[in-house]
Ligand binder design. Structure first.
Ligand SMILES: [Zn+2]
Length: 401
């Protein structure tokens, strides 16, 4: 199915390219604040095309990132023949001219996903070393963000050690999206600081304490999750690709909505399927979005603190009943809010804690062993065999990766 629709796209692209004499493929940038409706207007495409989208799809269309690179195929007479516009990390909007008019479809972006192990010793700073040796700026960002909650980065010295186990999506040889760190370790002053991702998607330190609590609070006083975040899933009945770029929280109309962290309100108004929306810019390039509000309280330009009331729960835009659609973005890319927002007050207990500690023991043992054997800086890819020296692969395999 995935293959089919990608293949179809490519064939159509080539087909149009050949028949439409003078047509040009353009790789261009999505203008900041441009809405999809305005984009359609620019090419005289009727807005009624949006009626073919369901609620969830229309929310995705409101999520086109500022400065997003995308493809257009435009005929010499200025008519848009096709456009491929990414929506988040895994799906793209495919707009194409047909004999009758235009057709709008959401299709997957193809990529490979691999697990990597990066082992480094510090020459300059952890950030600079990860950028220069692993060639992955997003990984450096994530690593520093996770570790700085338990390590003072001012006390890091040359030859301090870094270990990261992570999965990364790759497209055309380039990393795309945000790497998913499973374990990260920084050894400084002979003390090892670990961060582990547990099966609940949250990060904990070696004592099973959740790390995010210092960062973001709850958007509603009482949390009842009605729909979780997904980057993409195939809907078996609709036979369509879907995504949900946020967490839905059930609440009565009029329930106060709270800013999850300090920041500046960068949008307060109507936004397509999201209805009444507030967007808040936080530090480290994070943005939070609060959709479907009945009434907006905060205004654009307001400086808000964590816990401030910014608006009230409603059902505006494409919504089936009162709820808060809560979105979290890093550098414009939607990510799972569960990763940074503390929705429950419980730490890990009982069985969960036991499972966590078991995993922790296994990972720390392996990392320690590898470092004790004084292995050089190395990035190991578990899937792309070409990138792996067979000897090294066996070396890691023996140690349990
Ligand atoms: Zn939602």
């Amino acid at each position: 199915m995935i293959r089919d629709s990608i293949l179809r796209t490519i064939i159509l692209f080539l087909f149009f390219n050949t028949i439409a004499f003078g047509a040009k493929v353009k790789h261009i940038t999505w203008q900041k604040e441009l809405t999809f409706e305005e984009y359609l207007k620019k090419y005289n495409i009727p807005e009624t095309i949006l009626d073919t989208l369901d609620n969830e799809d229309e929310l995705l269309v409101s999520d086109i990132k500022a400065n997003q690179k995308f493809y257009e195929l435009v005929a010499s007479n200025g008519v848009l023949l096709q456009a491929l516009i990414p929506l988040g990390e895994e799906l793209q909007l495919h707009l194409r001219k047909t004999y009758e008019g235009y057709d709008l479809e959401i299709i997957p972006i193809s990529y490979q996903k691999s697990t990597y192990v990066a082992l480094l010793s510090v020459d300059k700073t952890p950030y600079k070393d990860i950028v220069s040796k692993v060639k992955n700026r997003a990984l450096a960002d994530e690593f520093v963000h996770l570790l700085k909650q338990s390590v003072n980065f001012k006390n890091i010295h040359k030859k301090d050690k870094i270990a990261i186990v992570y999965t990364q999506k790759m497209r055309l040889g380039q990393p795309i999206g945000i790497p998913d760190i499973k374990v990260a370790m920084l050894e400084s002053n002979n003390q090892k600081h670990y961060v582990f991702k547990h099966s609940d998607g949250k990060y904990y330190n070696e004592n099973a304490e959740e790390l995010v609590k210092k960062y973001m609070g709850k958007p509603l006083k009482h949390i009842r999750i009605t729909s979780k975040f997904t980057n993409r899933r195939f809907h078996p009945i609709l036979k369509k690709w879907k995504a949900h770029h946020g967490t839905d929280l059930g609440a009565k109309r009029g329930t106060p909505i709270l800013a999850v962290a300090d920041g500046e309100v960068i949008f307060s108004g109507r936004m397509g399927g999201y209805g009444n929306v507030i967007k808040i810019q936080h530090k480290d390039n994070y943005v939070t979005l609060y959709a479907h509000q009945s009434r907006l309280k905060a205004k654009k330009g307001d400086i808000v603190s964590q816990g401030d009331i910014i608006g009230y729960v409603g059902s505006t835009g494409r919504s089936t009943g009162p709820h808060l659609h809560f979105g979290l973005y890093k550098d414009g890319i939607p990510i799972d809010p569960m990763r940074l927002v503390k929705f429950s007050s419980d730490g890990l207990t009982g069985k969960d804690k036991k499972a966590f500690l078991n995993r922790k023991r296994r990972y720390t043992k392996i990392i320690n062993k590898i470092f004790d054997e004084n292995m050089p800086s190395y990035v190991w890819n578990t899937i792309d065999k070409l990138a792996v020296m067979p000897k090294m692969k066996n070396y890691y395999k023996k140690r349990g990766w």
